[in-house]
Design a protein around this ligand. Structure first.
Ligand SMILES: NC(=O)C1=CN([C@@H]2O[C@H](COP(=O)(O)OP(=O)(O)OC[C@H]3O[C@@H](n4cnc5c(N)ncnc54)[C@H](OP(=O)(O)O)[C@@H]3O)[C@@H](O)[C@H]2O)C=CC1
Ligand SMILES: O=C(CO)[C@H](O)[C@H](O)COP(=O)(O)O
Length: 474
């Protein structure tokens, strides 16, 4: 009998936890996984919540379990798995039924799915979900894009399962198809930058100040009470406090220094480049992950040039630690500013009218980048008119001004003493470029005009100009 409010397809980490979350909020959820064993495992794990879950072992069974118009939420591997699942579902669905892709899809795939499905009479939502396993189970941040009719149908479920910040649900409608996954992509781009900059600050304390992981954990713990308060700061404390049971060493020292990536960070950098918006801190973080994976090249370069000389930048005094905190704060504000700039540019380019203040609001709880700073960002974007960049918001401008001398000093020391700090320096260079009253691309314009007659503008006359250039003859 059709009694389920919604279906969740994909019973891996995210899907099964979302299903339990939905069941806990009092909705009936039909669950299905390509390999049936996972469906049974999910039911077994659900305990009392299984009463609100309907296990289905075939697509036919799943479709029959749903109240019309049927809403089916896919939480499977992004890409081909989504295409295949949609193709399997379609023959069993009726017009008006809703397919929701809630994985980490590329927003372009969401747009394509929306076009194809709406042409066949189905509704589509591309939904970004952030919060990992814990978030999926107890309240993620949810970014919805696509059909408004479909949104209205599933809004009660998605709003109920999302995290709450001071009573407000961290689920919101972002705009037409593509908008939800575009926002989620940039969330992850910012996440990459935030994580990389935290790792760089850790590196400075570890190799530059000679501190132990546990002493650095204490520092990060202190930072959880200040402007850097965030989930990522908190889990950094947890990571640095963990000892490897097998060796008794700090676990962080046993973990291979090669980080994976599934695509969203890279897509953020690609979209930024496509839109012509600098997102150098995000790009640096993506590149740092890529470079970490080039193990044979790293070993060859290490062998050829010798181990990077990572000399002391000082001793672990409260003063220098406070300067590293300010350096991280500077980098973090700038990386978020870049991420929001990409969102604003995408919004304009695709005519989405993305709600930037709302985005900052729904990122305040549930998602991986949740932080105290996002509350200030939601306030900044609620202003009329909204600032052109977060850097121009008076509070963030004030924080940057106050932190800048420390950031320059620390990053100067870092570079001079051989410490890799690609994301932090990219962020700082971005600000230094923006602040400069005169950029050095005047010389680039000269070069372009000499080799390609590309022309240039003059500061003292209107119009396009060309040369005349010194030939060496005069
Ligand atoms: N893990 C996380 O922290 C987060 C993940 N996400 C996104 O959520 C989605 C799900 O993530 P996660 O739970 O980690 O699971 P995975 O990304 O590891 O995907 C595994 C699931 O996809 C299914 N699957 C794989 N290939 C196919 C296929 N060809 N046809 C049908 N089903 C297939 C698997 O079924 P089977 O068991 O049969 O192999 C399984 O249910 C992904 O898009 C991910 O990027 C979003 C936020 C956080
Ligand atoms: O979406 C997520 C959190 O919001 C994923 O957990 C995370 O981004 C995984 O991505 P990657 O493997 O590329 O680090």
């Amino acid at each position: 009998m059709a009694q389920a409010d919604i279906a969740v397809i994909g019973m891996a980490v995210m899907g099964r936890n979302l299903a339990m979350n939905i069941a806990e909020k009092g909705f009936k959820v039909a669950v299905y996984n390509r390999s049936s064993a996972r469906t049974d495992e999910a039911l077994a794990e659900a305990g009392d919540l299984a009463g609100n879950m309907i296990p289905c072992h075939s697509i036919e069974e799943l479709v029959a379990a749903l109240k019309p118009p049927r809403a089916l939420l896919l939480m499977v591997k992004a890409g081909a798995a989504v295409d295949e699942t949609i193709a399997q579902l379609k023959p069993h669905l009726a017009k008006g039924d809703i397919i929701i892709d809630a994985g980490n899809a590329n927003y372009r795939d969401s747009v394509a799915h929306d076009q194809a499905l709406s042409a066949e009479g189905f509704e589509f939502l591309g939904v970004g979900v952030s919060g990992g396993e814990e978030g999926a189970r107890h309240g993620p941040s949810i970014m919805v894009g696509g059909s408004k009719v479909a949104w209205e149908r599933v809004q009660p479920v998605l709003t109920a399962i999302a995290a709450r910040y001071q009573g407000e649900s961290c689920c919101a409608y972002m705009g037409p198809a593509g908008a939800g996954h575009f926002v989620k992509t940039l969330h992850n781009g910012i996440e990459y930058a935030d994580m990389q900059m935290i790792a760089e600050a850790y590196g400075l304390m570890r190799a530059g100040l000679g501190m132990t992981p546990s002493a650095i954990a204490d520092v990060f713990e202190g930072w959880t009470k200040g402007p850097l308060a965030s989930y990522l700061t908190e889990i950094t404390v947890q990571a640095l406090r963990t000892t490897d049971p097998a060796t008794g060493k700090p676990l962080v020292d046993i973990i291979l220094d090669s980080a994976g990536q599934k695509g969203t960070g890279r897509w953020s950098a690609i979209e930024a480049l496509d839109l012509g918006v600098p997102a150098s801190a995000i790009a640096a973080a993506v590149e740092a992950r890529g470079l970490s994976g080039m193990r044979s090249l790293r070993q060859a370069v290490n062998g050829a040039l010798g181990d990077a000389e990572r000399a002391a930048i000082g001793t672990a005094t409260p003063e220098i630690i406070a300067e590293i905190e300010k350096t991280l704060l500077t980098g973090k504000i700038l990386a978020y500013a870049q991420g929001f700039d990409v969102l604003a540019a995408g919004s304009k380019q695709f005519g989405w009218n993305l709600p930037l203040a709302e985005i900052a609001k729904i990122w305040r709880a549930g998602c991986i980048i949740r932080s105290r700073m996002l509350d200030s960002m939601s306030r900044a974007y609620s202003a009329t008119p909204a600032p052109e960049s977060l850097i121009l918001d008076p509070d963030f401008a004030g924080e940057l001004k106050a932190s800048l001398p420390a950031a320059r000093k620390i990053l100067g020391l870092a570079v001079a003493n051989g410490h890799p700090v690609p994301a932090l320096t990219s962020a700082l260079n971005y600000l230094q470029q923006l602040r400069a009253s005169r950029a050095t691309v005047d010389l680039v314009q000269a070069q372009r005009d000499i080799f390609g007659a590309h022309g240039f503008e003059r500061v003292d006359q209107p119009g396009a100009h060309h040369g005349p250039w010194h030939t060496g003859a005069e």
